[in-house]
Design a binder for this molecule. Sequence first.
Ligand code: N7H
Length: 492
Amino acid sequence: MTNALTPQNLTANTVPNIDLDQIQGDVLIGLQKLAEQFLFFQIKDVAGFKTMLRKQIAHRITTTRTVQEREFHLRDHKDQGNTTPLPNIGVNLAFTAGGIGKLMPATNNGTTLGDASFAAGAKGQAKSLGDPVDAAGNPTTWVPQFLNAAIDGVFLITGGTDAGVNTEANKLLGILGTTVAVSFQENGDVRPGLEKGHEHFGWLDGVSQPGIKGLTMPFPGQRLLDPGLFAFGYGPTANPPLPWMKNGSFMVFRRLKQLVPEFDDYLESQAQTLGMDSVLLGARLVGRWKSGAPIELTPSQDDSTMGPDPQRNNNFDFSDDQGERRCPFGAHIRKTNPRADFGLPNNAGLDPQTTAVDPHRIMRAGIPFGPEVSVAEAANGTTATDRGLMFVCYQTSIPNQFEFVQIKWANNPGFIFGKRHPDGSPVVTGFDPIIGQNATPPRVRTTDEPVPNYPIGNVRSTLNEPNDFIVPTAAGYFFVPSIEALTNELST
Ligand code: N7H
């Protein structure tokens, strides 16, 4: 996903109080990535690994400062009419609770980092996220490597081409030698041609990201949030649980398989049942047209110039749509960022968005994986090869940010609460039709109001989703240390 920050913003707004040289580059701005290798590993020789980390690896880690500088280069490169990708190799490194425990036994397997979900690990949390699990609570749809092998850490290796990131991965493995064993390796790639920047269902991704105080000059409608929501050591909670966690962040990784031909066929058939157009139905499930244009601003038809235009594509807050005429409350972007749905600031200036929404925002930095849908898959309506999203997000509290959005909002049919239809009847919002998970077999989901009542009308309609079109196939919770912590606390 592309970050909403641009070189233009950064020039105007870089202020020194965020330590750009210490925070790893994917956290706040996002490593430049046309290709990305996720290299998961186990630490086999703790002392040997520490030596290599201190002497040879820490210096290779790409900082926020470097990412920022590369944004300027990229802008110049494009301005000069160049279309060939710049190599821009980026490397970030993060550890699970188990990995932190190996490197720092005093953390008691990562528990002293102060995040119960991080300490429990992604597998331990799968059931509460609504992932398909067996009677013992073990995920049933994950790739075996994530179930069987203990994963201690991950390198995120980004660049302009698969060949470039693979070469860098081999260099890192060469340096680390027998101190590590690879648990799982997979590349993600930006989709080809006109689908560049779009995820596999076809929607433009990376459109709405939080802005950061001291780093971003916000686009219209973009909220400016405390850096401390994404990197430790800044407001609102300046003191990290442990001093060396300053400038670090928690990273959530989810390998989310997308059943694209199945989803496309479902949109067609459901649209017929509801008596509407399938393109409009898709837009109402996401809250945006495939171009990125929000249905809140252009409810009846796509506007492909607005879609990718950051001056316009986030300039709304749902406050003038409390009857869900333009955008259903259940739409993916309204469930995961309800903006002003909790109400507008009162006379005393108390703003419910500041207290009820902002603290749960996440910084997304994923990339698609897997090939394009083949002619045969499209014709059969069946996925034959895995494809989807390597979902990555950053935050300083996994329970209060990623898990809150997934569990309390996306998976919660009651949310958003207490709303009424234009005819006064209560709204039962239903699940997020994209990422919502109903853990109760047979996992059927419903969502309110797929059929628009725009600009007028009082037709009540319900969307029924018999299947999940997004299936979690691997996950990990990681801590992304500062450069200083990599060279000191974690490697001595
Ligand atoms: Fe979502 N999609 O293609 O439908 N997401 N998402 N997401 N998502 C967004 O603003 C998608 C996932 C958020 O501020 C867009 O980038 C898919 C998870 C949040 O307006 C699109 C998958 C979680 C936002 C998608 C997936 C979130 C957001 C609109 C999985 C967190 C910003 C474009 C395969 C639990 C909301 C954009 C805002 C936007 C899709 C996963 C959260 C098109 C396919 C797991 C916070």
